[in-house]
Ligand binder design. Structure first.
Ligand code: FA5
Length: 355
């Protein structure tokens, strides 16, 4: 009988080895330890054995029955684990794939063209050692005008139609008057007051003017201020930086002209115009038929402005500029109306770099 048990065991193991399916293993289990299985029948024959035989055969037959049960259960749980792993592998979402269903059904976002250009300009200036500063949109009269050499009765205030928070004529004289900043030059003042020369920084930001809108004018638009203060800085340094930035942005030589410009906070002051890239200089609504677009006013910082910023004009000098960012974006992408930039029209926005 011992021989029969060993033979049954070997038989079972040989049959189990190739099985990979749950149903096959359950059948095999039943074939050996089911009600009428090989081992179960052997156990039934115990009753016909003499006590001696029963004593040795009984435990060994039960041992084989447990062994078969354990082996089958082990194989069944292996199959279960394999199936779970297979399912997990099949259901895995590969986020590196661009053509899976999720990407197809989700519209990608993108950067506004102004953001693209602003980031490019920031990178260029950062590589030339400039810091990038920010400043408040709601500003007081001192930082927006007075410290920039534009006192209350100065006619230059009329150049920038201002949104006031209080009527400047009825607010008591000792009260600070607030406004929506008309240019990013307020950050010149804040930048000077918060650092010691030599320094160089740029300050991009939105500005506000109570103006009639047309193809090249908005009431809310963006400027990018720049300032460099140190010893013996000259107009040649100013022109070098302006030319470098335009060359980097347009990736080609663009035609520019420098003409005298008046801004109370610079002396001498210049207007840097760019040949209109919408009409190639022939004349259009963006350049007001003159073929040139006013883009980059600049100049050598006025000594009064340096003084207001806590800097000794006998020791230091410098240049400043205020780039019209929206107009630069228009020239770069050939946009023929500044109002597209703020329209929020997705047909317009989605033409630019998407994620
Ligand atoms: C200024 O605002 C001066 N603060 C710039 C400056 C800084 C000069 C430092 C010297 C030194 P201006 O008002 O010209 O200057 O505006 C600067 C640029 O902003 C213009 O050349 C133009 O490109 C742009 N700009 C002006 N008004 C508008 C407007 N309504 N809509 C769109 N862009 C405008």
């Amino acid at each position: 009988m011992a021989h029969d048990l060993e033979k049954a065991k070997q038989d079972f193991l040989a049959k189990l080895a190739p099985l990979t399916k749950e149903a096959e293993i359950l059948n095999l289990k039943s074939e050996f330890v089911g009600k009428t299985g090989v081992v179960s029948e052997m156990l039934k024959s115990l009753k016909d054995m003499n006590p001696e035989e029963r004593k040795t055969f009984g435990p060994r037959a039960n041992e084989l029955k447990d062994f078969i049960n354990d082996q089958c259960n082990l194989q069944l749980s292996k199959i279960e684990v394999e199936e779970i792993n297979k399912k997990l592998a099949e259901d895995r979402i590969d986020i590196s794939l661009t053509d899976n269903i999720q990407v197809k059904t989700t519209k990608g976002g993108g950067f506004h063209p102004r953001t693209i250009i602003q980031q490019e300009i920031e990178d260029i200036f950062l590589s030339m050692g400039f810091d990038v500063l920010d400043g408040p949109h709601i500003e007081d009269e001192f930082h927006n005008f007075e410290a920039l050499n534009i006192p209350a009765d100065h006619p230059a205030r009329d150049m920038q139609d201002t949104f006031w928070f209080h009527d400047p004529h009825t607010t008591p004289a000792d009260t600070k008057k607030y406004l929506l900043r008309t240019h990013t030059s307020n950050i010149q003042v804040r930048g000077m007051l918060s650092r010691k020369p030599p320094f160089r920084f740029i300050a991009p930001g939105v500005v506000f003017r109570s103006e009639r809108t047309d193809a090249s004018h908005e009431m809310v638009f963006t400027q990018l201020e720049g300032m460099m203060v140190g010893k013996d800085i000259s107009v040649a340094n100013l022109i070098y930086f302006m030319k470098t930035i335009l060359k980097e942005i347009f990736k080609k030589d663009v035609e520019v002209r420098l003409r005298p410009g008046f801004f109370p906070f610079v002396e001498p002051g210049f207007e840097l115009d760019i040949r209109c890239l919408i009409c190639s200089g022939a004349g259009c609504s963006v350049c007001k038929q003159i073929g040139w677009v006013e883009l980059l006013p600049c100049g050598m910082i006025h000594p009064n402005v340096l003084k207001a910023g806590g800097i000794d004009p006998n020791e230091y000098n410098g240049f400043a500029f205020g780039l019209g960012l929206d107009r630069l974006v228009m020239m770069r992408y050939g946009i023929d109306d500044i109002r597209h930039l703020q329209s929020g029209d997705l047909r317009f926005n989605s033409q630019f770099k998407l994620f």
